[in-house]
Design a protein around this ligand. Structure first.
Ligand code: SF4
Ligand code: SF4
Length: 386
């Protein structure tokens, strides 16, 4: 058998420990975790081998490993580990570090996952909105600006065109950055698994979509069973809010056509009926989002002894989603009540939405793209036939 020399990356071992995997060194390779994990494929199962690779500082092997993202951090393994080595949390720490490794630009990932930079990152959208509002003269008015006694955000705070421009640019940046990140991850997996057989990519993508829509893997978890339900609520509410955003944007297309002088005779209200569709979808999705997030929080506290409470990386994402939901619902109710508090609530809502999406490629939100990529790769390589 050929001799293999392993060079441990000591900095990486410390990074894993500091990123939430402080129990890493307790592992004595008994493999109980791999036996109890219901999510792992039978061929080269995880997470024991990942614990060994992390203890040996094998950074490249871990970052080019699809298995780190196949884990759903259900914590079945953590609950049964006889040494309290918390493999679920160690894998979570490795995932966070892999996002930092593949992100473009990388410095943003380091900032987003470090609580010291939270206020700096929040200040970016806050200053942007304050400048726009000031340029529209809002701060100069003495009375609460209203139209026929009603609060109209798009008229007095800042125009619709500013909001749409900022969010279109933010969405394009996030999608492009995520695309670059997952492309680097795919290449790393291909480099680490050079002799892997590959099947149909189309079949792998469609099987992955079916898996995700049904949360088939997630629902196999036992110790923290409720996490799959909470995750499903949040996942489908995001889809509902995405549909709401698309329809709300479609509604104002005639206004853009008129504003850009493409057709000045167009009826700018001709698609107003869409509001009767997207408003109920938006409200139901926001309520589902709040329920899902509350369940996520309660699950974390309920299972903290067995599964751990989670790191800043986990809680930043949970808190942001909760903040977006709460301020979104409040902004709507306060606007309907015609109170001046509606304006700052709406600005706070837009700041949090900006934070959630502009920094999505660098935060836990990026798990959607990285986990999907790992699932597609695993099915494409024929390892996970399910
Ligand atoms: S993490 Fe725990 S259960 Fe898994 S191999 Fe190590 S000691 Fe055993
Ligand atoms: S946390 Fe759950 S999915 Fe991840 S390795 Fe442990 S048992 Fe498997």
């Amino acid at each position: 058998m050929a001799e293999q020399i392993i060079k441990p990356d000591l900095n990486f071992i410390n990074d894993v420990i500091n990123a939430g995997g402080e129990s890493l060194k307790k592992c004595y390779q008994c493999s109980t975790c791999t036996v109890v994990c219901n999510v792992t494929p039978d061929d080269k199962p995880f997470p024991r081998k990942e614990m060994a690779l992390a203890q040996w500082g094998q950074k490249d092997k871990l970052f080019g490993n699809p298995d780190i993202w196949l884990c759903h951090q259900c914590s079945d393994c953590t609950a049964y580990c006889p040494r309290g080595a918390k493999p679920g949390e160690v894998l979570g720490a490795i995932r966070k570090l892999s996002i930092e490794e593949f992100s473009v630009p990388g410095f943003l990932a380091k900032m987003v996952n470090n609580p010291k930079f939270l206020l700096v990152l929040l200040a970016v959208p806050a200053l942007l909105y304050i400048l726009i509002i000031a340029s529209q003269g809002f701060f100069g008015s003495v009375d609460i600006p209203t139209e026929e006694g009603k609060i109209v955000y798009g008229k007095f705070l800042f125009s619709l065109y500013y909001v749409d421009t900022i969010f279109t640019a933010t969405a394009l940046f996030a999608v492009f950055s995520l695309f670059l990140g997952v492309t680097k991850y795919w290449k790393a997996m291909a480099a680490e698994n050079p002799n892997t057989k590959t099947g149909s990519l189309g079949n792998a993508i469609s099987a992955t979509i079916v898996d995700i829509l049904g949360h088939n893997r997630f629902r196999k978890c036992e110790v923290t069973k409720g996490r799959a339900t909470a995750h499903m609520l949040v996942f489908y509410s995001f889809i509902g809010l995405f549909i709401t955003t698309i329809l709300a944007f479609a509604r104002v297309i005639p206004e853009y056509i008129h504003h850009l002088k493409i057709s000045e005779s167009i009826d700018v209200h001709q698609l107003d009926w869409l509001a009767y569709i997207y408003k109920p979808i938006g409200n139901v999705s926001a309520a589902a989002l709040m329920l899902g997030i509350l369940l996520m929080m309660s699950n974390r506290f309920k299972n903290q002894e067995k599964a751990g409470l989670g790191s800043y990386y986990d809680w930043l994402f949970i808190s942001l989603v909760a903040g977006v939901g709460i301020t979104g619902l409040l902004a709507q109710f306060l606007r309907m009540a015609n109170t001046v508090a509606a304006y700052p609530t709406y600005v706070a809502h837009l700041c949090l939405v900006f934070f959630l999406f502009a920094y999505a490629p660098f935060s836990k939100m990026a798990h959607m793209a990285y986990r999907t990529t790992a699932m597609v790769y695993t099915k494409h390589s024929g390892r996970d036939a399910e």
